[in-house]
Ligand binder design. Structure first.
Ligand SMILES: [Zn+2]
Length: 415
């Protein structure tokens, strides 16, 4: 049993206790208030314990090109100038996905993320990296017709193999990842959804990220977004839907679908000028919203929480930090089906210890959501995976960093 005592323990977004200790093994066992106060020096930092955060839409393999998302390009130009060349290189050098994933996960956990959903190529190597680092992951292959694969069947087979090998690891789950409607025929997208339904697994996709997605559906297939969702059966399976920005014609369908979780990715959308996900109308109508990093200049979810509060300030009351924190914890963990995302007995012990150098006057939650507090330790399933800037289980990080740089140099000097 591990015990951590802290100035604040945030049990759930709106409930926290002062001067308390939390006991856990693989699960949370109990939280007890220390009646006489904690024994600590006056100049010690303020310690805050929270549930771990979740990023429900990431591409670990794109970590090396993360800064290019804020160069002022739109999505399609960014994809053709930066994403495709790097992804083709990754396809030729799969080990680079393994190394890149470790670098990306180090930054994820340094920002409090203990679970994430990743969709990309070479995901069996991403799974190896996840096993090494010890975070929780929900993995899928970016299934597309041609592009990085010969055809969509090749990508689908790779995804099915990922599902097969992931079943033995309790920290890893896999689902099918039809990449986006623009990279698949609707009948193939529907086929993938049908397979997921039969297998009882989920879907991870990009949907309505830019207006061009809707124009494509209309021009190529004569469909609106609502028709596409109904035709493919997307609302009838567990679905992580990244972005969901241009959804006005289908917003009621999305918010009433009990199994759809929107992955809102504020900084990626800001950087590429995609638009703004209507999270307030979604949430008011009972929709399910979580937070994701996607590709952004840092892989730190605290920065997305800051962007979230900055982005959604118009038309009424600003978002409360507790709501933002709930999207990053309860929203993310429920979307990934790993408990409820709260620090209550029986939940998996995914725990983050934060330190703030300032006095916390009222709620400790803004210390997390506005980035004042930094992560000192992180636990996944009760195992310490991160402490003071270091990945505990990764013993050869220098070697990994060296190989990572070699691959980047190879990419930059390719002809
Ligand atoms: Zn994405």
């Amino acid at each position: 049993m591990t015990e951590i005592c802290a100035d604040f323990i945030v049990i759930s977004p709106y409930i926290w206790v002062k001067n308390a200790c939390i006991d856990f093994n693989t699960e949370i066992k109990r939280i007890e208030i220390v009646r006489d106060g904690l024994d600590k020096s006056k100049d010690a930092s303020t310690k805050i314990v929270t549930h771990g955060l979740a990023s429900t839409h990431t591409h670990l393999g794109l970590y090396p090109i993360r800064s290019t998302t804020v160069l002022g390009l739109n999505l399609d130009d960014w994809v053709s100038m930066y994403a495709w060349p790097w992804e083709k290189f990754l396809r030729e050098h799969p080990e680079a996905s393994f190394l890149t994933s470790i670098k990306a996960m180090k930054e994820l956990v340094s920002g409090g993320v203990t679970a994430f959903a990743d969709m990309h190529i070479n995901e069996t190597l991403v799974a190896e990296a996840v096993k090494l680092v010890g975070l929780r992951a929900d993995l899928s292959v970016a299934i597309m017709d041609k592009g990085l694969y010969t055809d969509y069947e090749e990508a689908l087979d790779e995804n099915l193999e990922l599902i097969r090998i992931s079943s033995s690891n309790p920290l890893i789950r896999a689902r099918l990842g039809p990449c986006t409607p623009r990279l698949l025929k609707p009948k193939d997208f529907k086929n993938i959804v049908d397979i997921a339904r039969v297998k009882g697994i989920g879907i991870h996709t990009h949907l309505a990220e830019v207006e061009e997605d809707l124009l494509w559906l209309r021009k190529e297939w004569g469909m609106g977004l609502r028709e596409f969702i109904n035709y493919t059966g997307l609302a009838s399976v567990d679905a992580l839907i990244a972005h969901s920005i241009w959804i006005s014609q289908a917003i009621d369908l999305i918010r009433h679908a009990q199994s759809i979780w929107v992955a809102h990715t504020p900084r990626s959308n800001i950087g590429l000028g995609d638009g703004i996900t209507p999270i307030t109308p979604l949430l008011r109508g009972g929709g399910r919203v979580s937070l994701g990093i996607d590709v952004a200049p840092t892989y730190n979810l605290q920065h997305d929480m800051i962007a979230l509060q900055s982005l959604h300030y118009g038309g009424g009351r600003p978002l409360q930090p507790e709501l933002i924190f709930s999207l990053a914890t309860e929203g993310g963990y429920r979307a990934l089906k790993i408990g409820n995302g709260d620090l209550v007995p029986g939940e998996p012990a995914d725990i983050v210890v934060w330190e703030s150098n300032d006095v916390v006057a009222e709620s400790p939650v803004p210390e997390i959501t506005w980035g004042n507090a930094r992560v000192s330790e992180a636990y996944v399933g009760g195992t310490k995976v991160y402490s003071e800037g270091k990945l505990i289980k990764v013993k050869n990080l220098d070697e990994i960093n060296g190989k990572y740089k070699e691959f980047l140099n190879l990419f930059l000097t390719r002809t």
